[in-house]
Design a protein around this ligand. Structure first.
Ligand code: ADP
Ligand code: MG
Length: 696
């Protein structure tokens, strides 16, 4: 199986260099291995054939069976299209092609029977199906069982690559590579009663029935999660064996000076407790790996700062990494203001730091002149070297991949202490998978004086009312966020709705400055616009979720979220956390359509019923409705899972973890012959994750 990772997909029959390039870019399929692990996102029952007379525009993709009566090319030039009139005896439907017309005309004949798979639609009162997938009746691929529907993109469809194409490639591949080498050890397969790999791959791509599919999916999910657990457990075993960490034995001048002179307010009880926990870890002589969870606005940054001061007091450098440039910059400004007066040299390093300054910073880090560095991914570049990095803090942890995190770890001979912070509370199984066995600290208390944000659901039809409230807030001098969802699959449309929204807002509030930002913007422009809002120059910010993480504008009192039903709860909670940061009463308005489903409405109602992020996260997970979990596990989650789902497959996570533990207990170094397959696959699976033996 491993060798499959090294065979370029372009060599597969029917693919070739051009299509290889396209599927590489669109789906990340670069090798034979990738293709085999590009699994259907769902399945349709192949035995079910619909009658054309029963088709309605709102039906999902389905199958019909019949014959073409005629083929006609209509229109001219770029507008021309091929229309095939298709019937099953109950009615007719127009099958429409806009591209590859001559190929299609050659491929299909009137009079032959075909099975068509596609989404029915209606155009000017005529039934239509556009670019369906077509199989001749009687072909092996067209009969029986379930049909996998593969995740695709618009670009692929335009290039004539459909679900069927992928399926054919996979089948070709499976027939050429036999046998597929097993990737789990026989003891594990037997104990867990798993389907052999080859069988599972065939069944998941071409299932004959639901029960077999279920078994196949279980096998593949288990394997995926098992290797993650095996990897994590092995590291923690090695870590425990080594146990060496920098010992920060003293609390020195910087910490004390800061505490006495600079601390702008009293610490909350939770902050004090957590600082104590971290101090204890740092002084233990063992390397700390700690996860700090705390709701939005609970004051994690201050905890990070004060613990970084301990590192600096002990003669080490500290580093704070944030997922976005905006956030890094904001952290930098906050921290500099707080610690520059006590003589700490703090600098900022991001993707847009200019070459000259960058060189200067590199030197400063190497010489030890810079004690505290704040930055983005730019910090993990190989050119960044420290004199003695003692403490690494990673903010909004869920936005980084394991690989990225681990690269910071390796920047020192002795591993630095690591604190990862997140505002997204993570259920246990999830934490287990993402962070192995990190120690966990929780800030479960907000600084005093916070007023809970008033949250309400509002239908589009009552937009007038929302505008009146916005107007009122603006008149009082406050600032407003308006957030649009942005989902990559439909980027253009989403961007359009943001731009339209922006224009409408400009028209509605002509006397106030409005600005907008989205992820596709050049960083410099985005920053300029964000700065306008942070400084108060712009009063309304229309944005996609780029603002989700961390921006702090205390004067902003209203958060309007458009198409709120498209966000996950945790994401909504994060967005809501952008307001209510000053002393003023704040509002969060969830805009949605009157026709949303009952479950969706209930989901949104959780937001109106509580301001507590932990309750929101729990509810999010419990409801597990479509989309909810996506929100929790939103982009950037550490593993690029191909088939398992950390939220819905919690039981399998547990099984995989138990099994991995059992295997390692019996054979910690995986030296037994039966486990050699585990060791080699482990290395293969995680080879990209830098030098893992160094990390933990
Ligand atoms: P988060 O945990 O979301 O990262 P921040 O660290 O950004 O939260 O803190 C949110 C705000 O609360 C900041 O403006 C910070 O200065 C303020 N803050 C932090 N700790 C306290 C405290 N103990 N008392 C009052 N305000 C605090
Ligand atoms: Mg924060």
């Amino acid at each position: 199986m491993n060798s499959l990772r090294r065979i370029d997909i372009k060599y597969l029959k029917g693919v070739g260099p051009k299509r290889a390039d396209l599927i590489g870019r669109e789906l990340g399929i670069k090798t034979y291995y990738d293709l085999l692990h590009h699994f259907p996102s769902h399945y349709v029952d192949r035995s079910k054939i619909y009658r054309i007379v029963d088709l309605r525009g709102e039906m999902p993709a389905l199958q019909i069976k019949g014959k073409f009566l005629t083929f006609n090319v209509v229109g001219e030039g770029a507008k021309s299209r091929l229309i095939g009139l298709f019937t099953d005896g109950t009615a007719t439907i127009e099958i429409v092609w806009f591209r590859r017309i001559s190929q299609i005309k050659q491929a299909y004949k009137t009079g032959n029977e075909y099975i068509l798979f596609g989404k029915p639609g209606e155009f000017n009162g005529t039934r239509q199906m556009v670019h369906p997938e077509i199989d001749p009746v009687g072909s092996t691929t067209a009969t029986g069982g379930l049909r996998g529907v593969y995740p695709l993109t618009e670009k692929l469809r335009n290039a004539g690559i459909g679900s069927r194409t992928i399926f054919t490639w996979v089948m070709n591949l499976l027939s050429t590579i036999r046998p597929v080498a097993e990737t789990l050890s026989t003891d594990v397969i037997e104990a867990m009663k798993l389907m052999p790999l080859r069988e599972a791959l065939i069944a998941v791509h071409n299932p004959q029935d639901a029960a077999t599919l279920q078994k196949a999916r279980f096998r593949l999910k288990f394997e995926e999660l098992f290797y993650i657990q095996l990897n994590l457990r092995r590291h923690s075993l090695m870590r425990a064996a080594r146990a060496d960490g920098i010992k920060f034995s003293r609390v020195g001048d910087f910490f004390n000076m800061f505490y006495e002179r600079q601390l702008p307010f009293d610490l909350t009880g939770a902050q004090k407790r957590v600082i104590k926990e971290i101090r204890h870890d740092m002084g233990s002589g063992r390397q700390m790996n700690r996860l700090l969870q705390g709701d939005v606005g609970s004051g994690k940054t201050l905890v990070a700062l004060m613990t970084m001061l301990i590192a600096i007091d002990n003669g080490y450098q500290a580093c704070l990494m944030a997922p976005t440039e905006i956030l890094a910059t904001q952290h930098y400004q906050t921290l500099r203001q707080l610690v520059a007066p006590i003589g700490i040299n703090v600098r900022l390093l991001t993707g847009s730091t200019r070459a000259k300054e960058r060189r200067e910073i590199h030197e400063g880090l190497l010489s030890g002149d810079i004690q505290l560095i704040v930055g983005t991914h730019a910090l993990i570049e190989d050119t960044v070297k420290f004199r003695n990095l003692g403490f690494v803090v990673i903010d909004e942890q869920h936005r980084f991949g394991v690989m990225q995190r681990s690269r910071l770890w390796t920047k020192n001979n002795i591993l630095p202490h690591v604190l990862v912070m997140t505002a997204t509370p993570i259920p246990r199984t999830l934490a287990m998978t993402l962070y192995g066995d990190l120690d966990v600290s929780v800030i479960d208390e907000l600084p005093p004086g916070r007023k809970p944000v008033d949250t309400m659901i509002c239908y589009d039809t009552r937009r007038e009312m929302v505008n009146i409230s916005i107007g009122r807030q603006l008149a009082m001098g406050r600032q407003i966020y308006i957030v649009y969802p942005l989902i990559s699959e439909n980027e253009k449309l989403d961007l359009k709705s943001l731009e339209d929204g922006y224009e409408t807002i400009c028209e509605t509030f002509p006397s106030y400055e409005v600005t907008y930002v989205h992820g596709k913007m050049k960083p410099a422009e985005k920053d300029r616009r964000m700065t306008d809002f942070v400084s108060g120059k712009a009063r309304i910010l229309v944005a996609t979720t780029v603002i989700e993480v961390g921006v702090n504008v205390p004067n902003a009192t209203t958060m309007v979220i458009e198409n709120a039903e498209r966000f996950g709860l945790s994401q909504l909670h994060q967005l809501r956390g952008r307001v209510g940061r000053g002393g003023d009463k704040s509002y969060c308005v969830l805009m949605t359509k009157p026709q949303i489903a009952k479950t969706t409405r209930e989901r949104l109602e959780i937001m109106t019923s509580t301001n507590d992020g932990f309750i929101v996260a729990e509810a999010d997970l419990k409801m597990r409705g479509p989309g909810d979990i996506e929100g929790t596990l939103q982009s950037g989650i550490a593993f690029d899972l191909k088939i398992a789902n950390l939220a819905t497959d919690q039981q399998i996570v547990q099984l995989a973890r138990d099994k991995a533990e059992e295997v390692l207990e019996d054979d910690p170094a995986l030296n037994k012959p039966v486990h050699s397959v585990l060791l080699s696959n482990l290395q293969e699976n995680f080879e990209k994750a830098v030098d893992l033996s160094r990390i933990s």
